[in-house]
Structure formats: C-alpha cells, structure tokens
Design a protein around this ligand. Structure first.
Ligand SMILES: Nc1ncnc2c1ncn2[C@@H]1O[C@H](COP(=O)(O)OP(=O)(O)OP(=O)(O)O)[C@@H](O)[C@H]1O
Length: 598
C-alpha cells in the first residue's frame, strides 16, 4: 500500500529537482546579460561546427559512391580539397567557440563571485552566528570553481552534442529510414541505462559537495583553534572527528564517481552493438541493392558521431549536474535576506553624545527562549558602565542590541534621544569602537591595522594614536616599525601587544561609545599596567560599556549593571551594591574566593 504514495512522492521530488535546475539555469543566464552578443557568436560557431562535423562524413560517403566504386578520378582532387576545407573550418570554429566561451564563463563567474561577496557584507550577523565559517568559504571557493570549470567547456559540449545528434538523425532519415530505425534501436537502451545512473549520481554529487563543505569547515576550525586543541589535548578527538568526516566524503565521492564511471562503459558497449547492427543490416541492404556502400560508410560514421554526442552528453551531464548543485548552494546564500534595510526615514547622526536608554527591552535569538527580558536602564554621556553577571546572563546580547547587530523584539533603545531603529546602522556603528578580548587583526601592516579604525587617518594621526595607546615603543622595536606585516591572526606579536594595537585602532576611530570586552585577561602585569593606562586615556570623556568577568577591574566603573538570566536585577556603584548584600555581593565574594584558591 505504501508503494504508490512513495512513487508519487518521488515524482514530486523529481519535478521539484527539475524545476530547481531550470530556475538555477535561469539565474546563471541572468548573469550573462552584458555578453549576449558574444554568446550569440558562440551559438553560431557551435551550429557551424556541428553542421561541418556532419558534412564531412557525408562528403566522404558520396565520394566513395561517385569516385571509388565507379573508379572515376575526374574531380576527385576537388572533393579532397573540399574535405580539407571542411575540416580546417571545423577546427577554426571549434577554437573560436572555446575561446569566446571561456571569456563568457570567466566573466560570469567573476560577476557571481562579486555579487556573493557583496551579499556577504549585507547579511545579518545572525546568519554568520548560525553557520560554520569554513562551510561558507567552501561555497565561495569550491562551488564557484566547480561552476567555472564546467562553464568553460561543458556547456559548449552539451549544446554541440545535442545539435550533432539532431542533425545526424535528420540526415540518416533522409538517406535510409530503415537503417536509421536500426541505428536508433540502441536509444531506449541508452535512455534506460542513463536514467538509472543519473538518478543515483545526482544525489551522490550533492552529498559529495555537502560533505566537502563540512570537512572544509571542520579543518578551518581546527587550524584556527589549534592552540586550544593542543592546550586541552584534544588532538585524538579532533583526528577521530576528521576521520569520520573524511570517510563520509570518501564514501560519497566513491559512489558519485563509481556511478558516473558506468556511463562511458555503457556507451562503449552500446557503440559496438550499434556498429555491428549497421554493418550487418547495412550489408544485407547493400547486397539487395537498396542502399549503396557509401551510405553504409556514412551511417557507420554517423552512428559514431551519433553515439559520441550521446556519450559526451552523458559524461558532461554529470559534470553539469555537479556544477548545478554547486550553483544552487551559491544561490541559496544569495537568497538569504539581507540585513533589514534601514527605515527610509532613518537618520544619520553626524555627532553623538553617547546618551543611551534601554526601555523595557525584550529579545530572543531563536524566538523561543528570551536572552533579554524587560531590561531598562539609562546611561549619561561619558559614563562608564560595567555589565556583570554569570555566563549566559545576557551581557553580550545587550551589546549586540546596542550596535544593532540585532534589534529588540519589544521595547526601545534610545541613543541621544533617537530610537535606535530610526538611526542608520552604518551611522550608529561609526560612532562606536570595540576593544575585544579576542583582538582580530587583518593581514597587513601595523599601520594599516591601526588605520582600520578610520581609513582617512594620516600617518601622523596613526602614530599619535599608537603613542596614546602605549603601543609606539614596541612598534618601533619591530624590524620594520609601522610597516611590519602582521599575519591574519597577528602571530609574531604578543597577546598584550595585540590589545595595545586594538586600543590604538579604537583611538584613531575616536568613538563616542566604547565597548570593552574583558580586555585585560591573560596578560603579564607590566603589559596589563600599560593596557590599563592606555584604556584610561581611551575611555576618558566617552560613554563606555565594559563586559568584565574579573570583578576587580570594574570597581571604578560609574555604574555596574548586574544581569542574571536575561534580567537586570541590580544596579549601582561597587560600594552601594556590596552594601545591598544582594546578587552582586554573592558574585563578588565567590569571585574573591576563586582568586584566593588560584
Ligand atoms: N547567536 C546566538 N544564537 C542563539 N542563542 C544565543 C546566541 N548568542 C547567545 N545566545 C543565548 O542567549 C543567552 C545570553 O547570551 P549572552 O552571550 O548574551 O550571555 P553573556 O552574559 O554574554 O555570557 P558570557 O559571559 O558567557 O559571554 C544565552 O542563553 C545564550 O545561550
């Protein structure tokens, strides 16, 4: 009883697949808009070369009947010259079509890659929070490269194979319908075999791409987290995970390749069957005087021409399917909605004082569990506010909302009296700077990294900021000073030095609101003093939010906001909160105990 339903489901699934593939092809086509002329030239060349490849054998067959069978030599040289011309033109048109198609393919891929990268920058932070970075990398590199390889040659081969196929059938029908029928006997066999194989390969290729993405993501994670892996002696576990992912990729790759490998074998067998049929049936027909020897030669050649395109089609079809699977994965990202647009009437703030008010703010990441519940507080310009609370209390979430990486589900955040939703995101962020625990430096010189805070800062301003950030002296000791090139992860300089650079970068940005995330952990005392001094300078006169886990670093904050399970449960100065003997008091004493033990 289950069967009909099952096959109905399969049918719907297949229809969906076909619809998806057509949709994907349409989208690829839309990237060709500025190259339609060149594409038309390629199509013309493909038609020409397909026509010439059919004309060649036809002339050969006719020459056999006219000159060889009748032993006539007059005009034979002329026919040979025509044949040479046909095959030379065929080579030229094939060369041109490939040359232009590669140009088209490379430009199309360039445009898709560009759009994808632009799109990445417009996606909400939530998108990156939820996905493995390596897997995303795989889409922008592997999948696009796969598409590029395919469009360079496969598309032409598929089109030219189809044309040759149709042309060959037409000429064969014209020459001998009976022998055509015999030649076409292999088509149902081919169709059945191909259908069986492609049903399996399509699924496996998609799996292969997916597994490759997962493996890449994992490798990227392990390489960037190598120190953590070693610190926690997790090498064996990482290797075990790698092996299982690698095994899955091997399996899907093995089956994808195995199934697609059946295609040439099947075609070979059918090729030989078809040749034998033509030779046998053609021979009988020739003996009966129904067809000439030349026609048998033409058929034998066309049968090869006819099964070769089918063969090519089958081979290339798989490549095309695999590229389409890649293209679908790329378009999937292009379909992810961009970060909500700023409201049309959203304003830019040329200046910001740094006055902040949260009013009954509620927020959840997954629309199930609230990360922030009914939080209200106000911050005056220039005030330093510390956010404390156990892990998962919602400290980072407050910052995510302040920076509009996310917007509240309910309630309002006011900045300088404006609802944050009415301020353009870029304008809002322009007045903010971060000094995070995990300082992220880009590959480039120290100067470029500091200038990242404000791209139009002069060299003098960069050096001035570095001096204020206590970074100048260590920079000058580096072999190339400000022109020392840092790796992406900033290896080559210490953790503390990285933080000093981050402070200099924030200085250059000259923000009204500063966000510090536990900026002084794991640093030696000397460097910590330098950092504290630099931070003091940076914080002066700005509204500051400090997320701190080490409660001794925030005692001088103007106000401490104590969060627990998404709620703001206490606020006040360090002294007033200790006096109140509430949650902060408990937190502080358990922190002191922990410090004593360690
Ligand atoms: N990207 C996310 N997607 C889903 N849930 C999240 C996400 N980020 C945080 N959360 C959840 O929201 C809640 C608040 O997290 P948040 O990161 O704000 O806590 P925190 O106080 O900064 O913690 P920590 O001190 O550990 O950094 C937690 O329950 C956390 O699991």
């Amino acid at each position: 009883m289950l069967r009909p339903r099952h096959s109905a489901m399969m049918l719907t699934e297949k229809k969906r697949h076909a619809k998806d593939s057509i949709g994907t092809l349409r989208r690829i086509w839309s990237f060709l808009s500025d190259q339609k002329g060149r594409f038309a030239a390629v199509v013309f060349m493909v038609i020409m070369s397909s026509g010439l490849s059919l004309l060649g054998p036809y002339v050969v067959g006719k020459a056999i009947d006219t000159y060889i069978v009748t032993k006539q030599t007059d005009g034979f040289v002329f026919v040979l010259a025509i044949l040479v011309l046909i095959y030379l033109s065929l080579s030229l048109s094939t060369f041109l079509q490939n040359y232009w198609m590669i140009q088209i393919a490379q430009r199309t891929i360039y445009l898709i890659r560009k759009q994808l990268f632009y799109h990445f920058h417009q996606l909400p932070i939530a998108f990156f929070d939820k996905r493995q970075h390596g897997e995303l990398m795989s889409r922008i590199t592997n999948d696009i490269e796969n598409m590029s390889q395919t469009f360079n040659s496969t598309v032409i081969q598929v089109v030219s194979s189809m044309l040759t196929l149709v042309g060959a059938v037409c000429v064969m029908l014209w020459l001998s319908p009976l022998l055509t029928f015999v030649t076409l006997l292999i088509v149902p066999m081919m169709y059945g075999g191909m259908k069986w194989i492609t049903n399996r390969t399509q699924k496996r290729f998609k799996e292969q791409q997916q597994n490759l993405g997962e493996l890449n993501g994992f490798i990227e994670e392990v390489i960037s987290g190598q120190k953590i892996v070693k610190m926690f002696s997790q090498e064996k576990r990482m290797i075990a995970q790698f092996l299982s992912k690698n095994e899955r990729l091997k399996q899907s790759g093995f089956w994808a390749q195995t199934y697609s490998g059946f295609i040439p074998k099947l075609m070979n067998v059918l090729n030989n069957v078809s040749f034998a049929l033509i030779a046998g049936v053609g021979g009988i027909l020739a003996l009966k005087g129904i067809i000439s020897i030349g026609v048998i030669v033409i058929f034998a050649e066309y049968a090869r021409q006819f099964t070769r395109p089918l063969n090519d089609l089958a081979n290339q079809w798989n490549t095309l399917l695999s590229a389409l699977a890649g293209a679908e994965r790329v378009f999937e990202i292009l379909d992810v909605e961009k970060e909500e647009r700023d409201e049309t009437e959203a304003i830019s703030l040329p200046e910001m004082r740094g006055e902040i008010a949260f009013r009954h703010v509620f927020f959840s990441y997954d629309k199930e569990q609230e990360a922030i519940r009914d939080v209200s507080f106000s911050v005056s310009p220039g005030e330093t506010v510390a956010l404390v609370g156990p892990t998962g209390a919602g400290k980072t979430t407050i910052i995510q909302l302040l920076t509009r990486f996310y917007d509240p589900d309910r309630g309002h955040i006011f900045i300088d009296g404006h609802d944050s939703r009415s301020i353009k995101r870029a304008s809002l962020r322009q007045h903010m700077a971060f000094v995070l625990q995990d300082t992220f430096l880009f590959q480039g010189t120290i100067r470029e990294n500091i200038r990242y805070g404000r791209l139009n800062a002069s060299d003098e301003e960069v050096e001035e900021a570095a001096k204020w950030a206590n970074a100048h002296s260590f920079i000058m000791k580096l072999p190339n000073g400000y022109d020392t090139v840092l790796n992406q992860d900033g290896s080559g300089i210490s953790q503390g030095q990285k933080q000093l650079l981050a402070i200099a970068r924030a200085m250059v940005a000259n923000p009204s609101i500063l966000i510090l995330d536990e900026a002084t952990s794991n640093i030696d005392t000397m460097t910590e003093l330098k950092i504290q001094e630099a931070l003091g300078r940076l914080m002066n006169g700005r509204t500051c939010f400090v997320i701190a886990h080490r409660l001794n670093t925030i005692q001088n904050a103007d106000r401490i906001l104590v969060l627990n399970e998404g709620q703001l449960i206490e606020q006040g100065t360090h002294e007033s909160l200790l006096e109140a003997k509430g949650f902060y008091y408990e937190l502080y004493h358990s922190y002191l105990k922990k410090e004593e033990i360690s």
